[in-house]
Write a protein that binds this ligand. Sequence first.
Ligand code: NDP
Length: 465
Amino acid sequence: MVDINGKTRLIGLIGNPVEHTLSPVIHNGISKGLGVNSVYVPFKVESEGLADAVKGAYELNVLGMNVTVPHKNRVMESLLEIDEAAKQIGAVNTLVRMDGGYKGYNTDMLGLSRQIKEDGISLEGETVVILGAGGAAKAVVYMCLTEGAGKVYLLNRTFEKAEVIAKDMNTLQMGTVIVPMALEDYRQINEERLIVFQATSIGLAPHVEDVVLSDKEFYKKVKIGVDLIYNPANTRFMQLVTEAGGKAYNALKMLLYQGVIAYELWHDIHVPQDIVNDIYVELKRNVYPKDNIVLIGFMGSGKTTFGKALAEKQNMNFLDTDAFIEEQAGKPIAKIFEEDGEDYFRKLETEVLTRLRDTVTNTVFSTGGGMPLRTSNARLLKEIGRVYYLTAANQVIYERVKEDSNRPLLQCENPYERICMLMKERAPLYERAADVLVDTNSTDIEEVCGKIMEDYGTQHGNRVK
Ligand code: NDP
């Protein structure tokens, strides 16, 4: 969060409810990353107060607002201007300040469009199936029109809703044919290699086993499936797509990009991709929280000693990433470097971390001293769990490792100087990769583990034993 002062600009969200919104993670994260002096706050607004809220926001010099359920449609009555796409979709989720009022945009559609481009999906000339005909589905239909899809089948439980959307969108005559259909008529689609957008609310956690269409025959025709639901990360719909040989994606990036695009509109700036990637990691951590503990730091900072003690106290598993990589490669790290080269080792490291992220829970990780120095690894470690940087004075580190001949980095004339030099380079990178810094100058296991557990307890209260 930025330091609030007289120049701080307010951005925010109006909706009802707003308590579970992830948007503050996106917008406050970007402001922090860019050093922009704006703060994002959610506001619960009742339907009767919507017009007053928009007017009040303008009078309070609020820079911009997001709008969520149930106000995305009715908010249009309170705006000075509405972007053409938002007008056609009939929903506004972003208000951008202008002279005299706000202009409304629909960045949901733009966000999904940016996500699919990033995932290498083109709709040009394709046959698309959209499951659902609610607010989100309508934005997907419009995206298909703007991206030149050949034909769109719009399937809905309530046929009439699909029919209304198709009629509206077909009158735009943008070259894409929209065919409304009742959901149960899906067998009438004869085309193959379909791109399917799942835009119903079926399958959302905790109803993770539910799926809007369960017929495996249908999925044999699907080459790409995008589920607008992102929680769980791998929905039943996505599983059916991949089991039948297609590629499947959830739409967490849609959420990310609708926010990034809104932020760019409000502040008239471009958010660099490295900040976007950091925010994506934070979003994933919020949506799919992991219970692992990750210890990072220089050699001699106590990652193994304290890690093993922590694992025992907390009844968790212990995993040393270097040992794990050596086991996977079937040879020591020094030999991997020697025989396969550093590039190969880095690739292996990233592959291993990705696999561990997707599979391991309830574990204390002790990481190699060089591992968090690469930005991509640092991001993966944050996705694996809460990251603690074990710090110690250079002199303390030296005392701990000076007798150890298994430290190739320190096989030199003046190891203390080497430690000082390396720490000067590495400390800022360790700090950037960490959630929390833990002083380990004391070797008292109770004290160090206590500090970690105190913080971990605030994140995973019920898990502290
Ligand atoms: P709506 O409530 O407007 O629409 C819900 C849709 O789901 C309708 O088509 C409805 O059909 C269908 N549906 C609901 N229950 C059933 C059922 N039992 N059987 C068959 N169909 C059913 O929701 P939205 O369009 O706003 O959102 C749809 C999904 O997209 C949500 O899960 C939401 O979380 C997700 N979403 C994701 C975003 C992202 O950033 N990734 C952004 C926006 C939405 P019917 O018309 O017959 O009732």
